[in-house]
Design a protein around this ligand. Structure first.
Ligand SMILES: Cc1cc2nc3c(=O)[nH]c(=O)nc-3n(C[C@H](O)[C@H](O)[C@H](O)COP(=O)(O)OP(=O)(O)OC[C@H]3O[C@@H](n4cnc5c(N)ncnc54)[C@H](O)[C@@H]3O)c2cc1C
Length: 433
């Protein structure tokens, strides 16, 4: 059986690793508590289950039906978004919501109710799920839809895999008329400009996101590059053959990401993204999945891996809270490699525990340097909670039960739906259970 890791580098410890098929055939023959594992693209411990069983969902990899007229897709739970793209984009259908990597499973996207650069227009992934099949640890097999086992439907969308094993998903895709994007790139000199450009762009563009130069300080604090795009219409350039990701060949003994390399990267990044207020046609993959060009890029963080932090803060406090977090990060002398800022919209998710709330979302990546990184992350938690916001569970490996409670005060309502034979390292940690 393969080793199971999270993307931030945590390894499953003392875990029975079992393929989906034998677990489905006899759930009671395996260790409890159990938890499904998709493709391990969650950063922290929400996809791990130390001491219990991890059910590998990737072998459930068949696309069962794709209606080219209605855009309805039914597939097994372990199908990768990448495989969906290969089948449907040429036929004029696109995932309605996609995270920043195509290497997630459909069930993983559902269980974390992921969001994309179009949250302000499309909400979360779960809004587009029409039905799924769930197998509980007592062997029962349930179809869940908004009007069928509706409570379990809502608990499973964004339910961190805790309600059972998802085996099949039916998803409504979105029509597109091109495989290309019309992208505009705008440089901005600080947070006031970010908020102004974002508000204006969310009214005109389906996809918006900004990269922040986390090392810029003083008058340049919060400067960055804003990307906004719509799907192009017609007139596609000939298709480039899909490129295989370049391998990241080694696991270096020390992190390659540090203040020095980051300063060079940030300067280069601004330079290679020239401001182009005129729309430019680009293929969809570099727009949605720039990091997928290098397989296992997380190895650059060295043997201790990385810690990602993502918060969502209501709009009324967003400007102040984001500035405070950037200042705190600078003062701590920590280098965030990928700092991303975006506005979430107010479309509700059907999921009980879905992460996004209307406002701003800030994401930072740090090499894991132990106590000093933990101290900074605890500070970022504090700023988030004081601003009435929440910390993202599936990016997290260390938030306290108090931060989780403040982020999701209604978690006990959700907990009623958890399969008694399921749990995760994350869940035990934040509920002290
Ligand atoms: C480069 C990169 C960019 C990212 N960008 C974004 C982004 O823009 N937006 C965003 O929201 N997220 C983003 N993420 C996070 C990622 O989208 C989520 O963590 C996603 O859920 C990972 O899916 P996975 O298939 O790898 O599942 P895993 O990480 O293996 O598991 C995720 C959860 O799904 C559950 N699960 C998996 N399979 C099943 C199943 N069959 N039945 C029941 N539960 C199951 C697991 O128990 C776990 O709780 C990004 C991650 C990376 C590495």
């Amino acid at each position: 059986m393969p080793e199971c890791r999270s993307w931030g580098g945590l390894v499953a410890r003392n875990t029975e690793i079992v393929a989906a098929e034998p677990w489905i055939a006899a759930p009671s023959q395996h260790r409890t508590p159990a938890l499904a594992y998709g493709n391990g693209r969650s950063y922290g411990d929400s996809c791990l289950n130390d001491g219990g069983a991890l059910i590998l969902g990737r072998s459930l990899d068949r696309i069962l039906a794709f209606d080219r007229v209605s855009g309805l897709l039914t597939c097994e739970a372990g199908v990768l978004l990448d495989d969906v793209l290969k089948l449907t984009v040429q036929a004029g259908w696109f995932p309605p919501v996609t995270p920043g990597t195509a290497f997630v499973t459909i069930a993983g996207a559902l269980a974390n109710d992921v969001h994309g650069k179009n949250h302000h227009r499309a909400g979360t992934f779960g809004r587009h799920v029409r039905a799924f099949e769930l197998i509980r640890s007592d062997g029962s097999r349930l179809t869940c839809a908004p009007d069928l086992n509706g409570e379990l439907f809502a608990a499973t969308i964004g339910g961190f895999g805790l309600t059972g094993l998802i085996t099949q998903v039916t998803l409504q895709l979105m029509p597109v008329t091109s495989v290309e994007m019309q992208q505009e790139v705008l440089h901005f000199d600080g947070l006031d400009r970010f908020f102004a450009i974002a508000a204006e762009s969310d009214a005109s563009h389906n996809y918006t996101v900004a990269w922040i130069d986390s090392l810029a300080s003083g008058a340049q604090l919060g400067r960055g590059v804003f990307f906004r795009a719509n799907h192009a219409t017609g007139g596609d350039a000939p298709l480039a053959r899909s490129k295989r990701p370049l391998p990241f060949p080694i696991r270096p003994p020390i992190p390659l990401i540090n203040g020095l390399t980051l300063r060079a990267f940030n300067a280069l990044y601004r330079a290679v993204q020239p401001s182009s207020p005129e729309p430019r046609r680009i293929p969809y993959r570099p727009f949605f999945y720039p990091l997928d060009r290098v397989a296992n890029w997380n190895r650059a963080y060295g043997p201790k891996g990385l810690r990602q932090f993502q918060c969502a803060v209501p709009m009324a406090h967003a400007r102040k809270a984001v500035e405070a977090m950037l200042r705190r990060t600078l003062a701590a002398g920590e280098a965030s490699f990928l700092t991303v800022l975006k506005l979430f919209g107010d479309l509700p998710s059907p999921g009980l525990m879905s992460f996004p709330i209307a406002g701003a979302t800030l994401t930072l990546d740090f090499p894991n340097r132990g106590a000093r990184t933990e101290a900074l992350l605890a500070e970022l938690d504090r700023i988030t909670i004081e601003a009435g916001g929440r910390v993202n569970p599936y990016k997290d490996a260390r938030m306290s039960p108090a931060t989780f409670e403040a982020s999701f005060p209604d978690w006990r309502d959700f907990a009623r739906h958890i399969d008694p034979g399921f749990s995760s390292s994350f869940w035990r940690r934040v509920t002290a259970g």
